[in-house]
Design a protein. Structure first.
Length: 182
């Protein structure tokens, strides 16, 4: 989810720079901050819809494969957990909006995606993954497994905090940037 949605976010925020149309945004009556906020709203709705689709497909597959009897007290909390993990990964992909904006294209964000995925693996390997927000959804997915430490509420809260912070930074960047390099 992080990789796929991250590529989409990178393209949505980086294409004006690659197509050299960013300077055209200065002529619009709508502010660039409004444009950036609208992009985030559409992407957030898309990420939530995708997370719902993932949970629905998992449920449907489980029913078709007759994995186990459907016990609402067991199945639905796990579906909610799956939705939360997918939504958290999708929320983290929104950080690529800042990377592609400040990098003035989608390739810097795609490079950042690869580096972040590798860094998350290293953080988990060294036992500090709970404090690296990009590793939190993966750790939440394997929570309860032997040798996997439980995530604290503070560690889990790093995911939406980082997504919100980079969203605000991106909107600020779109407000304050000049079009000289575009």
């Amino acid at each position: 989810m992080f990789l796929g949605a991250g590529v989409v976010v990178a393209w949505v925020f980086g294409r004006e720079h690659v197509d050299r149309t960013f300077s055209s945004l200065f002529a619009l009556t709508v502010s660039r901050a409004t444009i950036a906020a609208a992009k985030f709203i559409v992407l957030t709705v898309w990420v939530i819809a995708l997370a719902l689709l993932i949970a629905s497909v998992a449920f449907g597959y489980g029913v078709l494969a007759a994995v186990a009897p459907i016990e609402p007290g067991v199945v639905f909390p796990e579906l909610i957990r799956l939705f939360a993990i997918a939504a958290g990964s999708g929320a983290l992909s929104l950080t690529m909006g800042y990377v592609s904006s400040s990098g003035r294209g989608y390739l810097p964000a795609i490079g950042a995606l690869i580096v972040i995925i590798a860094a998350a693996q290293v953080a988990v390997l060294f036992g500090t993954g709970g404090w690296f927000p990009f590793a939190v959804p993966g750790l939440a997915a394997i929570a309860g497994a032997e040798g996997v430490p439980d995530l604290t509420p503070l560690q889990i809260s790093l995911v939406p905090t980082l997504a919100a912070l980079t969203t605000l930074l991106t909107i600020r960047w779109w407000t304050r940037t000049e079009a000289t390099r575009s």
